[in-house]
Write a protein that binds this ligand. Structure first.
Ligand code: HQG
Length: 190
């Protein structure tokens, strides 16, 4: 998998496919008439066939290349390479991934934008459209996540204290931490 491939396509092509796969595998599989299983998997052959029917030409090699090069390792191929899923970020009701429960480190980090802060401190962090609150392992990653929404700000989460009080934490295939919600008493601006 880490071998360099000979595929001729630009990074822009790969980004376009990555965006397409994010949309289909996280949010709207029905847009191309596919169904994901409850763990988020779909056959690569089915995906390729249905994508083509809806005007998107992808091949097994291109998919392998997107999975290999993706900056956030957004997608996972099954061991036999026959199935693919998004590692996290889902909003589709078709999926309810059985993530591994894990003990978190003392602190984890959530990147957001300053204009959300008042609401976050009123309500805590909530999952919104997605199935979980998405949490980063370090501040640098959290800043990058927050930038997507505006002026970034990083919240430090007292993750271990939450865990000790019964909150569950999960680790996605790509190292993103997930939890259902974070009450504001476990949050601090850093
Ligand atoms: C905010 C990306 C107001 C929350 C990233 C966030 C991640 C609240 C936004 C993954 C709130 C939701 C997820 C409250 C939370 N009031 N705002 N009570 N609670 N929020 O995009 O965490 O590039 O759904 O702070 O790397 O930004 O897509 O979640 O700002 O792993 O692969 O509501 O998506 O990956 O935004 O990002 P999002 P996120 P990709």
């Amino acid at each position: 998998m880490s071998k360099k491939s000979n595929i001729k396509c630009t990074s822009k092509d790969l980004e376009k496919i990555s965006r397409f796969l994010s949309y289909i595998l996280r949010h709207k599989p029905e847009a191309i008439g596919i169904t994901l299983d409850s763990n988020g998997w779909v056959g690569v052959d089915v995906l390729i066939r249905q994508a083509k029917k809806h005007g998107m030409q992808i091949s097994q090699d291109l998919i392998t290349e997107v999975v290999r090069t993706n900056d956030k390792k957004r997608f996972t191929l099954s061991e036999d390479n026959l199935k693919i899923r998004a590692a996290q970020g889902h909003s589709t009701k078709q999926v309810n991934i059985a993530y591994n429960e894990k003990t978190p480190p003392e602190y984890l980090y959530h990147g957001t934008a300053t204009h959300f802060l008042d609401s976050i401190f009123q309500q805590g962090l909530i999952a919104g459209e997605r199935h979980y609150v998405h949490i980063s392992i370090d501040e640098k990653t959290a800043v990058a996540v927050g930038k997507r929404h505006g002026k970034p700000i990083v919240l430090r989460i007292k993750a271990l204290a939450m865990f000790q009080q019964g909150f569950k934490f999960y680790l996605a295939d790509n190292g993103v931490w997930l939890t259902n919600n974070v009450p504001s008493q476990f949050l601090e601006v850093i």
